[in-house]
Design a protein. Structure first.
Lengths: 193, 129
């Protein structure tokens, strides 16, 4: 295998496992390197500003965890979303090129079919069929929760309070070199623990 | 370095309170290196399988008419893989009922990080309700 090099990876096209899905539903294809901030800002804008009723998140392999994270964030922010979760295998086609072919013969390529676990999650504002496999009803809202506080702009975490344990190390070092001495800095930190 | 801080001592005295700095570093190291823990929900029966990254894949065995697979964090993919392998081994006989959750971390962390989790119920025929 050391003589082979992976040239290309492609996914086999497979339809979404949700029958009766209205056309034009946004499908968020979550990749391993996708940023959750980018995904959520687009998805929240679709659901809140453009008034979409349904959205699909899908991801495979190492992106499965990130897909679930996005769905959980969206459920927590919007609330009242019905969910259907489907798991399946997705086939990846990998093309491996022979780097050390026999003299006088053309380079041969190997095509490998690889099955990786994938997940597709449908989130809907409208009620879905509770008898279908993978249905999950919306969670009841907590008493102190404010549903109007979520917005596409409000995705960023509020700035943390300016407590001393959050200060970067440089500042603490600077404090240690201050005329007060390092003993003062240590006693301040000890007070928080 | 004094002898009380030697790394060769296998056990620690639970009564002894380490100095604050050591306590802080110890917490940090333990949080990064700890094994994924099972979800907060207590197992309802003996058919719950908590999938982890440290268990051999083939060792996750279960029995009975219905088993529940729980995967937390990085082990989510592994739990899905196990469920799909079970389904492929008995074509047409098993149905998978997957649900997701975010497990709140234990302890009062300053910035709580939720862990994504998946719970898959592997049923014999009709989907579990």
């Amino acid at each position: 295998m050391e003589n082979f090099r992976k040239v290309r990876t492609s996914e086999e096209d497979s339809p979404l496992p949700f029958p009766d899905l209205p056309p034009g539903v946004v499908e968020m294809k979550v990749k391993e390197g996708s940023k959750i901030r980018n995904l959520m800002s687009f998805a929240m804008a679709q659901m809140e500003l453009k008034g979409s009723r349904q959205i699909v998140f899908s991801g495979c392999g190492r992106a499965v965890t990130k897909t679930i994270t996005c769905v959980e964030i969206m459920k927590r922010k919007l609330g009242g979303l019905h969910q259907v979760t489907k798991v399946r295998y997705k086939t990846l086609l990998e093309v491996w090129e022979n780097q050390d072919p026999l003299p006088g013969t053309a380079a041969q390529n190997l095509t490998v079919h690889k099955n990786v676990p994938s997940i597709c999650i449908l989130l809907s504002r409208d009620p879905l069929d509770p008898n279908q496999t993978g249905y999950q009803p919306p969670e009841p809202r907590e008493a102190g929760e404010d549903p109007t506080s979520s917005s596409a702009k409000g995705l960023k975490r509020p700035p943390p309070p300016a407590r001393e344990e959050l200060l970067p190390k440089k500042l603490q070092v600077a404090g240690a070199s201050s005329p007060q001495g390092s003993g003062t800095t240590d006693s301040q930190m000890d007070g928080h623990y | 370095m004094s002898s009380s801080h030697g790394g060769a001592a296998p056990t620690e005295d639970p009564q002894a309170q380490p100095p604050p700095h050591h306590h802080q570093h110890h917490q940090h190291r333990r949080r990064r290196g700890s094994a994924p823990r099972p979800p907060c929900a207590p197992p309802g029966s003996g058919t719950d399988v908590f999938v982890s990254m440290r268990t051999d894949f083939r060792a996750h065995g279960g029995g009975g008419p219905e088993i529940r697979l729980h995967g937390l964090g990085l082990a989510v993919t592994r739990a899905i893989n196990l469920a799909l392998q079970l389904q492929a081994a008995s074509p047409g006989a098993l149905r998978l009922h997957a649900s997701t959750s975010s497990d709140p971390p234990d302890g009062a962390a300053m910035r709580p990080r939720h862990n994504s989790a998946i719970h898959i119920r592997v049923c014999r025929e009709a989907p579990c309700v």
